[in-house]
Design a binder for this molecule. Structure first.
Ligand code: SF4
Length: 101
């Protein structure tokens, strides 16, 4: 039978791990590269001016990650894209672009 003290002593390390894990997980989110298979499939480029206009005729240079709903930290130079779950630059672009209202 577990008494209250033993129960609390078991919780303390778990609480400490829970506090550290999100920071570790965020630090390990990799950058999205143009050679990533999903990036290729979505026409991702690190710079919106290099988007394939023939393949994506609706693309304009007014569209870039920093203005996209999937860019998780508006105003930052780079942030995690929640479509790829990888870090993308503010001026990147892919065909999943969805304008932030
Ligand atoms: S979904 Fe949006 S934020 Fe993600 S790579 Fe494409 S344009 Fe950038």
């Amino acid at each position: 039978m577990t008494n209250r003290r033993e129960f609390i002593l078991k919780l303390v390390p778990l609480a400490g791990a829970a506090a550290v894990l999100p920071r570790v997980a965020m630090a390990e989110v990799p950058d999205l590269t143009e050679s990533d298979p999903m990036a290729i499939a979505m026409g991702f480029v690190l710079d919106t001016t290099r988007a394939n206009q023939a393949k994506y005729p609706k693309h304009t240079t007014e569209q870039f990650c920093g203005r996209c709903l999937h860019f998780t930290k508006p105003g930052a130079d780079k942030a995690r894209c929640d479509l790829f779950n990888k870090v993308v630059p503010h001026h990147g672009w892919c065909s999943g672009f969805s304008k932030r209202p």
